[in-house]
Write a protein that binds this ligand. Sequence first.
Ligand SMILES: N[C@H](CCC[C@H](N)C(=O)O)C(=O)O
Length: 270
Amino acid sequence: MNINFSKLTAAGNDFVLIDNRESVIAKEDCQSLAKKLCDRKYSIGADGLILLEKSACKDFKMKYFNSDGSCASMCGNGGRSIAKFAYDLGVANLKMVFETDAGVINAEILTEDRVRLDLYAPRDLKKDIKVEVNGKEFDVDFINTGVPHAVIFVDDIEKIDVFGYGRAIRSHKTFVPAGVNVNFVKVIKGNTLLVRTYERGVEDETLACGTGIIASGIISVLKGFAESPVKVIARGGDKLLVSLKNSKDKISNVVLEGPALITFKGTVKI
Ligand SMILES: N[C@H](CCC[C@H](N)C(=O)O)C(=O)O
């Protein structure tokens, strides 16, 4: 049987995507397969594995696995990548609706390499949590944008030890047992953020984290540091846009727009 797969990068967050509508990959094999395929030395290499699965009610379903094999309920850059993958396969039109474990997402292919996601409302906002790690106290805002995120505003985004502090905060007792993705944010002129993210499940800084960029945009607006739509420059240099639709006291839903490129595609016979 031939399996369609692709390698995509979305603002530098890269993924292996597999068309698993015929369920050729068994549930119990997904985590070990993710670790194997995401290994940058002995395999294709990626931040995560994304499976396109059949859905009874939407165009398709997305299942996401980090490069360490852990399963996550959502991936913002992965969502933009699977939209492109699904359109390329002919599974969906330019506008599509798909299921994730965090909720239903509307996606639109805007141009050859730009995709927009319209997501569910974020949840579990907790402001001004004090977290001390490695002798330094951080003022953290927490929000769940499909996966858990800590947002920390810093003055010097170039100098901050994203790996050291990110790893320590990711596993801090405040966030156990699930852990948290850690975003360091610098507000610059022009209603723009610079964001660097230590990603749970990759256990390193990635060049972009879509749900982290959304979390950073939301918290910046709530704190009055920026106005929607917020421009975000990811670590890899790509530009994304976070737009919030506020309704009374909560953010009704969020739109993330940014690049998503197919860098390789093929089929493998099994
Ligand atoms: N590492 C995340 C999942 C992927 C998030 C990120 N790649 C994105 O684009 O949202 C977690 O385990 O919570």
